[in-house]
Design a protein around this ligand. Structure first.
Ligand SMILES: *[C@@H]1O[C@H](CO)[C@@H](O)[C@H](O)[C@H]1NC(C)=O
Ligand SMILES: *[C@@H]1O[C@H](CO)[C@@H](O)[C@H](O)[C@H]1NC(C)=O
Ligand SMILES: *[C@@H]1O[C@H](CO)[C@@H](O)[C@H](O)[C@H]1NC(C)=O
Ligand SMILES: CC(=O)N[C@H]1CO[C@H](CO)[C@@H](O)[C@@H]1O
Length: 725
């Protein structure tokens, strides 16, 4: 019998052999870092694409009519070898934000996967959103963001939860030994500061450290490389830009500029000898608060040809309704589609050239330990000292007057308190609007100089309106530290937060002799709106007005993050006390969202009948548009599947070449007779001279109809063939 020591030596030899094998492959540049367990996974989270309000712009009229691009959860797992407890999951959802209800559902779903998954829990799972403004809403835990969506929708919620759980399962099943390395690059033309007036309130000496950058221009990329053959399995990037390229009147689901950048990246490595099958590209959000993708600035659409007022964003009429940020392609009146493509492309280009350059120069992640911490903190009157010793406190959540005005990325749709446009037609608001409470004296004082418009933190009827309890969380792998922010930090807020963590990490020797590297990701775990610096808060533009917990919110978050930092020490085996549980509003949430009653086809037609056939031929660059007799897509979300497909004739068989995943294939549903349940589906294929081959094609529509009585039935419709040349 061999002793355990002999076996251990043999095992080591085995590993060394594997490493030699990989090093022998000519194309792979071995990262000289330490080994970790790494895994990546992606899954579909596309909820109801019609008849549900979109999350982000809080525009009641922005209700889904279809799908341009399916949305996804992308999960990344990093762990310590041989120590299952020391591991974390970083999930990016193509949604407006992380959320308390969604995170609870995901943790429950992961736990239900069985004993191998018991290592994942509160401490080590981060649920972040890209902050896209072009996907279905109605999944929020708290009342305020439910107002515009008319409440909570189980189907919308469950689609996100199930897809996120599946992405984590896939990442877990793909766990293997590998290396991590990272690099940074500048992406200069994909974001600007939309609240420069507030930014300029930060001290000149502090701003001077960042030159002319009133937003962060740095994109950070973390590369995942498996040890077995040196292939890359994924990348995780951080870059701050609002995914508001798609405008507030777009009604097709997309992942906006982050989801599209991820799509471009994943497509670009298909078939690449350095990339593994199933490669996942995550484009995570960073200190997004005051950034905009509308890089041509904010202009008054009132015929005046003027820029919006620098201080207030108002136009000549004294209001900000006419003020709109302009994306690079703002002249194309296509609901932001063209601008979105450009901003996505710019992020993708930066990330891809950085990825390519990592083969010759990158920073390996070293120090084999992985640590995490998480705790819940009640932000109501948390008292702590500033650096100069002055005691300050955070406050119950509240939103100020400028919140109602919205931003130059999209003006506020209605003023909640005056209830003018929009509000009277909102049955949800009719029920809850009367419950608005005036702020207590302590709250008023605490929030100064914010004039409180919505005193959400002191309103618990019929259930909590906004979070008072937030997630404080950070991860560390080697010298790489991730702050998981429960809100949208402004540019300078993010810098201060990262700098404070970096300084403290150094003085606590969390990363040994290697310099710590800190990123900030979010909005994650719960959506607590904005986080500005105290100086920006004093200005009370939209971002300051939306900083829920008062002027000292940022110093408070920094204090709370630093409090947890010792748990990231390689020698730490402890966790902080869990803190108070946030309320679970999933079962008590109101909903005025009605389900599908029935679908029918008019006499002489059946579901899937072609109503508008394609032409005989098209030249590349043209739009192929066809229409079918349809049914409500809420009957079956077809997760991991497709409503629309382009099929190409290859030999004698039809092969699917484009699906809902593809940006250039657009699915639109239209109710044509509400009483009788008739509807149509239009599928538009925006063909491309560079991306599509000439050939013979046809278009397929997969649908599901709901009879008045009985179960949902699937059907498919297919057009005749046509040629593309
Ligand atoms: C959408 O909004 C933009 C910006 O206000 C406007 O220019 C455009 O005409 C609108 N499009 C539609 C179809 O309403
Ligand atoms: C954070 O605040 C607590 C009091 O709540 C204080 O004891 C601690 O020193 C503060 N930490 C830092 C790093 O300022
Ligand atoms: C400490 O700093 C804060 C924020 O800059 C300031 O408001 C306060 O007056 C300072 N306290 C003292 C004692 O200087
Ligand atoms: C560096 C940067 O993004 N600067 C922009 C800040 O925002 C103003 C308008 O809001 C632009 O004019 C600057 O170019």
């Amino acid at each position: 019998m061999w002793s355990w020591a002999t076996r251990f030596l043999l095992a080591l030899l085995g590993l060394a052999q594997l490493a030699l094998l990989a090093d022998a492959l000519p194309n792979y540049k071995r990262v000289a870092g330490d080994r970790y367990l790494i895994g990546v996974g992606k899954a579909d989270i596309t909820g109801p694409v019609v008849e549900i309000n979109f999350a982000g712009y809080a525009n009641t009229e922005q209700i889904g009519t279809g799908l341009r691009q399916r949305i996804y959860a992308r999960s990344f797992i990093i762990g310590e070898i041989g120590k299952p407890a020391n591991r974390f999951v970083y999930t990016i959802l193509d949604t407006m934000s992380g959320d308390t209800a969604v995170r609870r559902g995901i943790l429950e779903g992961v736990a239900a996967l069985g004993s191998g998954y018991s290592v994942y829990g509160q401490s080590n799972v981060a649920i972040t959103g890209t902050h896209s403004h072009s996907g279905p809403g109605a999944w929020f835990n708290y009342l305020l963001p439910q107002v515009t969506s008319l409440g909570f929708d189980k189907q919308a919620y469950q689609a996100i939860v199930d897809g996120a759980v599946l992405s984590i399962q896939r990442a877990h099943e793909s766990l293997q030994e590998g290396y991590l390395d990272f690099g940074t690059t500048r992406v200069d033309d994909a974001n600007i500061n939309r609240s420069l007036y507030a930014y300029l309130a930060n001290p000149a000496s502090e701003r001077a450290q960042y030159g002319d950058d009133s937003v962060d221009k740095t994109l950070t990329l973390l590369r995942f490389q498996r040890a077995s053959d040196g292939k890359n399995v994924g990348v995780l990037t951080w870059f701050p830009v609002h995914p508001t390229s798609m405008l507030g009147n777009n009604t097709h689901v997309t992942g906006d500029n982050k989801g599209l950048a991820a799509y471009y990246f994943e497509k670009s490595v298909k078939g690449d000898s350095l990339a593994a099958d199933g490669f996942v590209a995550g484009f995570s959000q960073a200190n997004v608060g005051d950034t905009s993708p509308n890089v041509l600035g904010a202009w008054c659409d009132d015929g005046s040809g003027q820029q919006c007022d620098f201080q207030t964003s108002a136009c000549a009429d004294g209001k900000s309704q006419a003020c709109h940020g302009r994306g690079p392609e703002f002249r194309a009146l296509d609901l932001g589609v063209s601008s979105c493509r450009v901003i996505a492309q710019r992020q993708f280009n930066g990330a891809k050239s950085l990825y390519n350059s990592l083969s010759s120069s990158s920073t390996p992640v070293v120090g084999s330990s992985v640590r995490t911490f998480h705790y819940f903190q009640d932000m109501r009157y948390y008292t702590f000292p500033l650096a100069n010793g002055t005691q300050v406190q955070t406050c119950p959540a509240a939103l100020g007057h400028s919140f109602a005005a919205g931003t130059s990325d999209w003006p506020g749709a209605f003023d909640f308190t005056q209830g003018d446009s929009g509000a009277p037609n909102n049955p949800f608001w009719s029920v809850v609007g009367g419950l608005l409470k005036v702020p207590s004296a302590a709250q008023k004082k605490c929030q100064e100089p914010k004039p409180v418009l919505l005193n959400v933190g002191e309103m618990e009827t019929p259930y909590a309106w906004s979070p008072n309890i937030v997630d404080i969380q950070a991860f560390r792998v080697g010298q790489f530290i991730i702050i998981v922010a429960p809100g949208e930090a402004s540019t300078m807020a993010g810098r201060r937060w990262r700098n404070a963590v970096k300084t403290a990490a150094s003085s606590l020797s969390l990363t040994g002799s290697v310099e710590p590297f800190v990123v900030l990701g979010g909005p994650a775990n719960t959506y607590s709106h904005y986080i500005t610096t105290p100086e920006e808060y004093a200005i009370q533009r939209y971002e300051g007005a939306s900083t829920l917990f008062g002027p000292w919110a940022l110093p408070g978050y920094i204090n709370l993050t630093l409090r947890g930092l010792p748990y990231l020490s390689p020698s730490s085996t402890a966790s902080p006390p869990a803190g108070p549980s946030p309320p679970d509003n999933r079962e008590r949430s109101l909903s005025f969202i009605t389900g599908v009653v029935m679908d029918n086809a008019p006499p002489g037609k059946s579901f899937g009948s072609v109503l508008t056939a394609p032409a005989v031929s098209y030249s590349r660059g043209a739009v192929v548009s066809v229409t079918f007799q349809g049914a409500n897509p809420r009957n079956n979300l077809r997760l991991e599947g497709t409503f629309a497909a382009v099929e190409k004739l290859e030999g004698s068989t039809w092969k699917q070449v484009l699906s809902d995943e593809d940006w250039r294939l657009v699915y639109t549903w239209k109710r044509t007779n509400g009483l009788l349940g008739y509807s149509t589906v239009t599928i538009d294929w925006e063909t491309s001279a560079t991306e599509d081959q000439a050939g013979t094609y046809r278009i397929r529509y997969n649908g599901d109809n709901k009879p008045l009585i009985g179960g949902v039935q699937s059907f498919t419709g297919v057009t005749g063939s046509f040629t593309l040349s």
